[in-house]
Design a protein around this ligand. Structure first.
Ligand SMILES: [Zn+2]
Length: 194
């Protein structure tokens, strides 16, 4: 996100469940509309706005690194949301390790492998995809691992919300990581380190 060097702000719902990352500008909007229910971060950032013509005072908003947003400002709750499937987060989930040869590769040498191929009715979902290097993906071709006699070295899983938030931001503050780590399920492969 092209937003100067400021870290993203972690938003929560009023119950404290992680919601999403927003830019500091977006966080200022929540503060200005009095939509911040409470804050939990260790970090504070103060942003200065324009000068008021009548008072000569310069406006300022202090944004905290973790903020809970009131009610309807957030998307409606209901069934737990499945995070969108993107290669970046998929490769990060699998720690950039090919599920077939076990080697670690750079982003550009990795592919999204459908365990059950799309041509055989496999779907494009977290539970049917793993990270594979180009070589292994080509070798496996339109076959299942059994058909190709290629063993899966690890199992796919659906990241929960907190894990997805960790996967999708490479510039997480220590307090934000501590908060999200408490919400990551135990089967996660994500390395929790701030
Ligand atoms: Zn491989």
């Amino acid at each position: 996100m092209p937003t100067s060097g400021h870290p993203l702000i972690l938003t929560l719902d009023v119950q404290g469940a992680p919601h999403r990352w927003v830019t500091w500008q977006h966080a200022c909007f929540y503060y200005a509309r009095s939509l911040v229910a409470w804050a939990a971060g260790d970090h504070r950032f103060t942003f200065h706005g324009g000068t008021n013509r009548e008072t000569g005072q310069r406006s300022a908003i202090t944004v905290e690194s973790i903020i809970a947003i009131k009610g309807k400002a957030l998307a409606p709750r209901g069934r737990p949301a499945v995070p969108p499937l993107n290669n970046r987060e998929l490769f990060h989930r699998d720690r950039h390790i090919c599920a077939y040869c076990g080697h670690e590769y750079a982003f550009l040498r990795l592919t999204r492998d459908h365990i059950v191929p799309v041509s055989q009715g496999g779907r494009d979902l977290w539970m049917n995809v793993v990270t594979a290097c180009r070589h292994c993906n080509q070798k496996k071709s339109g076959r299942t691992p059994e058909q190709a006699r290629m063993e899966l070295l690890y199992a796919p899983y659906v990241p929960n919300k907190a894990e997805f938030l960790i996967l999708s931001n490479r510039n997480i503050l220590a307090d934000q990581m501590d908060f999200l780590a408490q919400h990551v399920s135990t089967h996660s492969r994500v390395k929790i380190a701030a």
